[in-house]
Design a protein around this ligand. Structure first.
Ligand code: URA
Length: 431
């Protein structure tokens, strides 16, 4: 059947076979199925959905469109984590070297900021000299030296996703569980992993606002990964306020370093332990989650995780001593509470948008990031505050300051009663 016939079949609610999906995807990559046909297919998928068989077939076909990272001969088990993104989420910066300190190999292919969510690569690039464009050989070499590497995708890795994501981005076809699952898992499968853990976020700063939607995505990914031979565990985590105290780029690297030295904010450490312990148990490096948490805690508190981070940064060309300081804001950089009460809600996406305005994220792909801007939360959800108390501090220059201040000022809601605050994270099987 021609591409048009397959698109019509999906549009009418039919189920595509693995062969049909593969014909469309490989045709797209090789130019025989055209961009507008794939855009129409993506829209049909957004409207009709993909079932688990179709999602697995799409993931497999996208993976097949390029090469994979070769396994090294050192025998180290390979693991990784993926987060659906949020504000202040610097878990990757801590977790990759932490797992390397437990003698696991972590070939983390990461991304840039998307909308109001920060990007791991942008954060790392605030370290002068740090390279995120490593070749496959360089990835292998850093992995051998440090046990972990965090870099962008090579041109050869899942080209189908690069092409498809660019189309989805401009055709309103990003929000589809099947398409998101195939996009994320095809890239992780290309890392040739032994186990994967997923941090699927929901809340005011997440790409999925509703917990039920995040849970549906988490369940799908946790089912498709193992079908394609990759043990996958998903957790759901709240993004109703920035993770940790600070959000931005260089400021997040500093906070990650605090965590790598055994300190840092409690929520950041907790999420690293929750995700890391699930990986250690999955690859049988620990007999139980409790044992795994103990091992991870030791590697943080002893400085071993920090050592791995330093090795990785050096191997990727970065000079940690030259990390820029946070920019001191112009007059009015502190946002104060207008009233006495409790911090009842935080529009976390608005805080992410404020950082973008300051130059800490991109409005257009070509925008240059200012590594030293960002913000520091001075309160957390549920805190009691008095009128006039500072709620957050901006790290800023003149660029975008007025708009960022306006966004941040409206982002924190103070009410008479304290809010209900659910758990920071939960295992996805819980619902
Ligand atoms: N992140 C990805 O890598 N792919 C998607 O489709 C959505 C978020």
């Amino acid at each position: 059947m021609h591409a048009a016939g397959l698109i019509e079949k999906k549009r009418d609610g039919g189920k595509l076979s693995p062969e049909e999906i593969d014909a469309l995807i490989q045709g797209f990559v090789h130019g025989t199925v055209l961009d507008y046909q794939i855009a129409a297919l993506a829209m049909a998928i957004v409207c009709r959905g993909l079932d688990i068989d179709e999602t697995a077939a799409l993931t497999q076909s996208m993976l097949k469109s390029g090469g994979v990272l070769p396994r090294l001969t050192d025998g180290a088990l390979r693991v990784d984590k993926h987060s659906t993104g949020g504000v202040g989420d610097k878990v990757s910066l801590v977790l990759a070297p932490l797992l390397a300190a437990c003698d696991l190999a972590v070939p983390m292919i990461s991304g840039r900021g998307l909308g109001t969510s920060g990007g791991t690569l942008d954060k790392l690039e605030s370290i002068p000299g740090f390279r995120t464009d490593l070749s496959a050989d360089e990835i292998a070499s850093v992995l051998c030296r440090a046990g972990c590497v965090i870099t962008g995708a090579t041109a050869d890795l899942v080209p189908a996703d690069r092409k498809l994501y660019a189309l989805r981005d401009v055709t309103g076809t990003v929000p589809s569980i099947g398409l998101i699952t195939a996009s994320i898992l095809s890239k992780k499968l290309a890392e040739s992993l032994d186990a994967l853990v997923l941090d699927v976020k929901w809340g005011s700063g997440a790409f999925m606002r509703r917990r039920e939607d995040a849970a549906a995505l988490a369940r799908t990914m946790a089912e498709v990964g193992p079908r394609l031979g990759l043990p996958t565990h998903a957790i759901l985590s709240q993004m109703n306020q920035p993770l940790g105290r600070v959000a931005g780029n260089a400021v997040e690297v500093r906070e990650a370093i605090e965590a790598l030295r055994g300190g840092g904010p409690a929520d950041l450490r907790e999420l690293c332990l929750a995700l890391g312990s699930r990986l250690l148990v999955q690859v049988r490096r620990a007999p139980s989650l409790d044992e795994a948490r103990r091992e991870l805690s030791t590697r943080l508190d002893s400085g071993q995780a920090m050592e791995r981070f330093e090795q990785m940064v050096a191997a990727q060309g970065g000079d940690l001593a030259a990390l820029p300081a946070a920019a001191p804001a112009p007059q009015g950089g502190e946002i104060c509470s207008g009233r006495t009460g409790f911090v009842a809600a935080i529009d976390t996406a608005a805080l992410g948008a404020a950082i973008v305005q300051l130059g800490g994220g991109r409005l257009q792909v070509t925008d240059r990031i200012d590594p030293s801007v960002g913000l520091e939360m001075l309160v957390r959800l549920g805190d009691a505050v008095v009128a006039g108390q500072p709620l957050l501090r901006l790290f800023a220059r003149e660029r975008g300051f007025a708009e960022a201040r306006r966004l941040a000022s409206g982002a924190i809601v103070i009410s008479d009663a304290p809010p209900h605050i659910g758990p920071l994270w939960e295992d996805c099987r819980d619902g």
